[in-house]
Ligand binder design. Sequence first.
Ligand code: AMP
Length: 188
Amino acid sequence: MKYYVLFGPPGAGKGTQAGSMVERYNLCHLSTGELLRSEIAAGTPLGLQAKSLIEGGNLVPDEVVEGMIESKFQNTKGVNGFLLDGFPRTIAQARALDEMLSKKGEEVTACISLMIPDSLIRERIANRAKIEGRADDARDEVVLNRIDTYHAKTEPLIDYYIEKGKYREIDGVGSIEDVRSRIFAAID
Ligand code: AMP
């Protein structure tokens, strides 16, 4: 099985690129952000717990997202692998992922990192806010907190995957099609 980590700051285009990747490589798309948003929409206890954290631009606890991912690994059949979008987001989550996979005799195949400069993050999120209406895209201070959280807690994963020889950085600036071709070339 293939286990791709789709990495990048908020607004880098992970969700946008995921669709064509899962189709081309027959992967199951696992976006922890989307899974959490559907828990909120369904009004589950987990959704209630996550709502205020997400709407403040903070991360939900590691154990919550780790549990979601593990149960999807167990219950998904008929794919060649998984595309992890927005997970892991902390070093602790990356270690938990390695542990989950090693129990199955598997490992992360590669970390595909979509990189855009900070100046573009806010522009992309402002555009997305008009289209998707996400609560955490609407307020400036929440977006800024997500960017800070990315730098403080998520960016250290770059070195984590470089040290394992699994890090591939893709220039995320350009048209959707151009970025898609770069991703396909890296994976192929
Ligand atoms: P995303 O859709 O990936 O931008 O995620 C939206 C929000 O969901 C994030 O700002 C976090 O509050 C929460 N979230 C998503 N994935 C994770 C994760 N792996 N760990 C902790 N919080 C997460």
